[in-house]
Design a binder for this molecule. Structure first.
Ligand SMILES: Nc1ncnc2c1ncn2[C@@H]1O[C@H](COP(=O)(O)OP(=O)(O)OP(=O)(O)O)[C@@H](O)[C@H]1O
Length: 286
């Protein structure tokens, strides 16, 4: 697995303009920083020859207006592992995901991620002037064939809308198109930022199942940012809780798949995570 090393770079890299493709193109997204552009690294930032991790983050700090939102954070994700990231609103989950995606490089510390990675956000971010299949191929180098997009669309059950305009898609379809755009990149790491947040309950369940299936079929590592504790326990091998700029708590989900939400062990894990998030489960039951 080819690995990208994200090291602190100055001057600050501009974020992509709103509406620009969210998905880093395959290949070295960030040119290796020159020594002149690496003013300080807290930890040695050399990529191991054979990366034992899909994500390796050490000493990561990201501040806004002098306030660290991420503060000396450490995180490892194994290849093929499904990790869910919970945390109260504003604790820095999306910031972490954007850093892993290479969309924010104004950081201190070391970030090692596979070169092949893709992101899907809560908003599908499709270009309205491009048909669905062209959206799927957006940002890929060369002149990729339509069939490449259609294979990915097939995987998410959307091949029949390949020639459609984005505005004619339902919310669930648009989200699946966004997933196809991620999958077409053959990612070793799939970064999902609340991808089901805007979907209605039924569509959400279907989308969760789809992501579970895709993960099993593809074998890539997944980092899913979510507010939904049940979703995290349903899908993940490991659930992390972010607080005060670090991973404050983590638990392994050893339940067999497919998971049964009526299993008392499921309920126990859910309750423990809610407690960690500061939710009073007794009040919830009342
Ligand atoms: N570009 C920015 N400039 C200034 N502050 C920012 C910027 N991006 C994020 N922040 C701040 O950093 C903190 C973390 O934001 P982030 O979006 O990562 O939180 P989050 O955990 O994903 O929240 P939510 O669950 O509500 O989406 C927030 O206080 C936010 O206001």
């Amino acid at each position: 697995m080819a690995t990208d090393v994200h090291r602190p770079v100055t001057p600050k890299t501009a974020d992509p303009a709103p509406g620009s493709p969210a998905h880093p193109a395959p290949g070295p997204v960030h040119p290796a920083p020159t020594s002149a552009s690496v003013p300080h690294t807290r930890a040695p930032a050399t990529a191991p020859a054979a990366a034992p991790h899909a994500v390796h983050v050490e000493g990561l700090t990201r501040s806004f207006d002098g306030r660290p939102v991420i503060d000396n954070l450490r995180l490892d994700v194994r290849p093929g592992e499904f990790v869910a990231l919970l945390g109260r609103s504003g604790c820095g989950k999306s910031t972490l995901l954007r850093i892993l995606a290479g969309l924010d490089r104004d950081i201190e510390g070391t970030v090692l991620v596979p070169r092949r990675k893709a992101v899907a956000f809560q908003a599908p971010r499709l270009m309205p002037w491009k048909r669905v299949w062209r959206n799927v191929l957006l940002g890929l180098p060369g002149k990729p064939e339509r069939t490449l997009a259609e294979r990915a669309l097939q995987e998410v059950g959307l091949n029949h809308r390949s020639g459609a305009w984005p505005k004619t898609l339902s919310g669930g379809e648009a989200q699946r198109a966004s997933l196809a755009r991620a999958l077409v990149r053959e990612p070793d790491l799939l970064l999902l930022d609340e991808p089901f947040g805007a979907l209605d309950a039924l569509t959400r369940i279907k989308a969760q199942r789809l992501v579970g299936e895709l993960w099993r079929r593809r074998g890539c590592a997944v980092l899913l940012v979510t507010h939904d504790v049940e979703e995290a326990v349903l899908l993940a091998d490991r659930v992390l809780v972010m607080d005060e700029g670090v991973i404050a708590y983590e638990t392994r989900i050893d339940l067999e798949r497919p998971r049964d939400i009526t299993d008392p062990r499921f309920a126990e894990l859910r309750a423990r995570l809610l407690e960690r998030l500061g939710v009073d489960t007794a009040a919830e039951a009342a």
